[in-house]
Structure formats: structure tokens, C-alpha cells
Design a binder for this molecule. Structure first.
Ligand SMILES: Cc1ncc(COP(=O)(O)O)c(C=O)c1O
Length: 398
């Protein structure tokens, strides 16, 4: 990122909105999301953005991004419908889920979708039958190494499979339009992108030898949030400048390959949202109990947890701010949600979280950089703990 950018988490307006919130809620900072979008298109000139709406299926966010020129990556007909209602033009909706039933394909096609991701012969044949004449993007598998969430096994095919899939697509009257990858979510290395470009280049070359020429490469998601701590409590500091440089160089390399005339797409989810959403929660209880080994262990129970906003506690120790106890003496605690479920706790084998010693039930807690996958992974009200409502800061308020 350029030295002049101010892009990042914890904007002053987000902190103000958290301070003003008297009840639990998720706050989205729309100007912050806008800033992230502008940074992305500045860093990757000419790239089309298809926001992975699963990361934040919130109408105000979708509408804002649509106004900026973004489209969406949708994973189901219901997501397609929501995107259309929010003002995303159908021409900018990509159906990026390789997993779909015949009915999903037919419903999406009826809604106007003609761009589908695929990764198997079975799926591409179904697309040919239920969405005739559509354009298909074949998703190549990646290792997922270097990412917090690898996504490597469930999706994507080998280069050999990709050739067979694209030949079949052509033979069945579809347009073999593109290749897709996903380097894994919260990808912390630039090497992963280099590896993906190598693989894409090999497949593009092999396709050209078969007379198949593509018009797009979809680089998927994986761009990291900036404000995370991992499950050991270590600050994650992704090499953004290097990542963007490697992506720009990779696109130039692919563009130089003979035969194809390529445009590029990215499908960020986390990068656009995580740092521009935060949760205002409160302390349920700070307690201390003796463990069976005789050691005293502090537990901080919050009003929200894995099942109502903080689903990603498997990999993250979300950053916490205790606005009524700044600079206070702290104790090391396991942080957990309010439900009667033992999974509802930050990972803590290797690092407890320092929390103010004098916390009392009801004290406000801010959970920073928690915007991504928060609303979408929320349960209906597991154990009677309601899904958090959301609010947003708009441009005028900011
Ligand atoms: C097809 C596809 N594109 C994009 C994304 C967004 O990924 P991220 O949030 O890492 O940017 C996902 C997430 O799982 C995905 O499955």
C-alpha cells in the first residue's frame, strides 16, 4: 500500500459509534468499507471486484459497494436475490459456488445468472443442462498454505481435470470463460499468490494448445484483514504491499501469455469488511475458579460469542477494548461467550488474554475487527442468546 494511505482498522468514527452505543450491536463503518474498496481498486488497477457477500450479507453494505461499481460473488439463488434487491446489476453477479444442485442452477439461471464457477464434470454437465449457453469459470485447487482458513479440500480441481472440464463445457455449448482460484482466507503470504499464478499460467497454456481461449481469471478472495490477532494472541501483520505487488506482477505475466485476452476479477470478503465492523458487547461475568491441577484460572464471559457474532474464535483472539477500564491492572483470562457450550470460547492452549481485573457485569466491551462473517455466521438464537442487531455509520454521520 502506498505510504500516504490512511486505510486501516479502528477509525475514529467507528470508535465514536461504539462509545455511543448503549446496547449490544454490530456497527459497520460504511465510509471505512468504501475506503477499503477505493484502496483495492487503486492497488489493482483495472480489476473488477465481486464482493463475496457471504462475508457480510447486509443490504446497506451491498448497496454501497454496488454504487461504487462493485458486483458480488453469490453462493446461492437466495444470495442472488438479495444482491439484486440491494441494487447490484445482474451483469455484476457471479455465481461463485462450485457446489450446487440442479435446482440451484435452474433458479439462478431464471434470475438471470449466466456466469458460474465449476470444478467437476458432473457440475459442468448440470450447468449445460439447466443454464444452457452460460459462461463457466473452472476453479483450480490450491494448497491453502499460509492462510488461516485453507479452503483447500472442498473446492477446486487439478490442472488435468480443468482441461477435461473446459473441453466438456465447450462441447456442451457453454462458454469456457475463465479460471478461478482461492488462495485461502486470511492469506498471510505473497508466495501463495505466486504459486496460484504459476498454476493458472500452466493451465492457460495447456488450454490454448487445445484451442480454448479464455477472457477472465478470477483471483478469488484471501486478501487479509489488518486488525487480527491469531489464536495464540499474536498480532497478524500481513505484508500488504508485497501481496499487491505480487498480484500486479502475476496479472502482467498472465496477460503476456499468447492467445487469451484476459480481464481480472477479485472476490474479497474479509478484506473489505473485517476491519470496518466492530461489536459493542458487555461483560457477563469475570470469575476465577481453581482448576483440577490447583491453578487459579480467570474466565471472562462476554454477552456475545461463537454463536452470535464471534464464530471465528477457532482461529482468532479478537481484539478487545474495555472503554471503562483503560490502563487498569489486568489479569490473564480465557475469554468465552455466554452460552452453555464448551466450544464457545477463544482458543487458549497457548495464550490467555489480559483483561482488566476489576471488570463488572454490564461493563461495555468492544470487539474490534469483527465485521467479517459476523452477521452471516450468527445462529438463530442458540441457548436463547439473540442474534446481534446491526447498525451502521453512513457518510454523513462520519
Ligand atoms: C468463492 C469464494 N470467493 C471469495 C471468498 C471470500 O474469501 P475471503 O473472505 O477470504 O476474501 C470465499 C470465501 O470462502 C469464496 O468461497
Amino acid at each position: 500500500m502506498s505510504a500516504t494511505t490512511t486505510y486501516g482498522p479502528d477509525s475514529a468514527s467507528l470508535l465514536d459509534a461504539l462509545a455511543a452505543a448503549a446496547e449490544d450491536q454490530i456497527v459497520f463503518d460504511l465510509p471505512g468499507i468504501e475506503d477499503g474498496y477505493d484502496t483495492l481498486v487503486r492497488e489493482l488497477p483495472g480489476v473488477a471486484v465481486r464482493f463475496a457477500m457471504k462475508a457480510c450479507p447486509v443490504d446497506e453494505v451491498l448497496a454501497l459497494l454496488a454504487r461504487r461499481g462493485s458486483g458480488v460473488d453469490a453462493a446461492s439463488p437466495i444470495e442472488v436475490e438479495q444482491a439484486l434487491r440491494a441494487g447490484v446489476p445482474i451483469s455484476r453477479v457471479h455465481y461463485g459456488n462450485t457446489v450446487k444442485s440442479d435446482r440451484n442452477i435452474a433458479d439462478a439461471f431464471r434470475l438471470g445468472i449466466t456466469d458460474f464457477a465449476t470444478d467437476s464434470l458432473e457440475d459442468v454437465r448440470a450447468v449445460a443442462e439447466h443454464a444452457p449457453g452460460s459462461r463457466v469459470f473452472c476453479r483450480l485447487a490450491t494448497t491453502g498454505e499460509g492462510a488461516l482458513w485453507g479452503l483447500s479440500n472442498k473446492y477446486g480441481c487439478s490442472p488435468d481435470d480443468a482441461l477435461a472440464i473446459m473441453e466438456t463445457a465447450r462441447d456442451l455449448g457453454l462458454t469456457p470463460a475463465g479460471l478461478s482460484v482461492h488462495v485461502g482466507s486470511q492469506q498471510m503470504t505473497s508466495d501463495a499468490w505466486n504459486g496460484a499464478f504459476d498454476r493458472i499460467a500452466d493451465v492457460l497454456t495447456a488450454l490454448a494448445a487445445r484451442g480454448i481461449f479464455l477472457d477472465h481469471v478470477n483471483l478469488g478472495g484471501g486478501l487479509p484483514a489488518l486488525g487480527y490477532r491469531d489464536k495464540h494472541g499474536r498480532t497478524l501483520d500481513p505484508p500488504m504491499e508485497k501481496i499487491f505487488t505480487v498480484i500486479r506482477e502475476g496479472m502482467a505475466r498472465l496477460s503476456a501469455l499468447p492467445g487469451h485476452d484476459l480481464g481480472f476479477v477479485v472476490e474479497p470478503g474479509r478484506y473489505l469488511i473485517a476491519d470496518h465492523g466492530a461489536i459493542r458487547a458487555h461483560v457477563s461475568r469475570l470469575s476465577a475458579r481453581r482448576r483440577p491441577d490447583g491453578k487459579r484460572q480467570y474466565w471472562l464471559y462476554l454477552s456475545c460469542g461463537k454463536f452470535n457474532g464471534l464464530y471465528e474464535m477457532d482461529q482468532l483472539q479478537y481484539r478487545l477494548v474495555f472503554p471503562s477500564h483503560r490502563g487498569a491492572e489486568s489479569v490473564p483470562a480465557v475469554v468465552a461467550g455466554p452460552t452453555c457450550d464448551s466450544d464457545d470460547a477463544f482458543s487458549h492452549e497457548d495464550g490467555l488474554v489480559p483483561v482488566p481485573k476489576e471488570l463488572a457485569s454490564g461493563d461495555p466491551v468492544w470487539v474490534m475487527s469483527s465485521g467479517a462473517y459476523a452477521t452471516s455466521y450468527m445462529t438463530q438464537g442458540f441457548n436463547g442468546f439473540s442474534p446481534l442487531p446491526y447498525t451502521w455509520i453512513d457518510g454523513e454521520a462520519a
